[in-house]
Design a binder for this molecule. Structure first.
Ligand SMILES: [Zn+2]
Length: 168
């Protein structure tokens, strides 16, 4: 099952990252791992794979990367899927997280990290079926994520997190 495929990909220490940042990113990766391995979410993923008729052998592994992936335009990449390497999930930057805490407080920032990880994994799983149809993948990601968030057994995210997550 997907559960056994989710692991943190340890990265070599980055010289340009301060010790404080390094420990932030390690904590972030652990939170993502715990979030994605939660039985409730795993059950949801099993349902999603069945419903979309996606062969789970297409997903070799789900790698949680410790450090952000900076795109050319300065934005960070949330995740990617590759036939040979499976799914990778990247964190938001420390600076982004600090800003979120300042604006909305710890609870929202924490919840955002968890929701972003879930939405990213849903998004990349959908890519294994719809490959480069980005628009369709985005539409379905939002639909499935909203469905998961509605489950009364999930923590209350508040609409603020969804708004930050799916803006634009
Ligand atoms: Zn995409």
């Amino acid at each position: 099952m997907l559960l056994d495929k989710i692991r943190i990909k340890s990265a070599p220490l980055k010289a340009k990252q301060s010790p404080k940042n390094q420990s932030f990113y390690k904590g972030y990766a652990l939170l993502v791992k715990r979030t994605l391995r939660k039985p409730l979410f795993q059950g949801f993923l099993r349902w999603l794979l069945r419903r979309e008729n996606i062969d789970k052998s297409l997903i070799d592994e789900v790698q949680i990367k410790v450090f952000p992936f900076q795109k050319g335009n300065g934005n960070t990449l949330a995740g990617k899927w590759n036939k040979h390497h499976g799914i990778s999930i990247f964190p938001k930057s420390y600076e982004f997280y600090r800003e979120l805490v300042e604006k909305h407080g710890n609870g929202v920032a924490h919840s955002y990290v968890k929701c972003r990880a879930r939405a990213t994994l849903i998004h990349e799983i959908l890519h294994t079926k719809y490959s480069s149809d980005e628009e369709r993948v985005r539409r379905l990601t939002k639909r499935y994520f909203t469905l998961y968030a509605k489950d009364p057994r999930t923590e209350d995210f508040g609409s603020l997190v969804s708004t930050i997550l799916f803006k634009g």
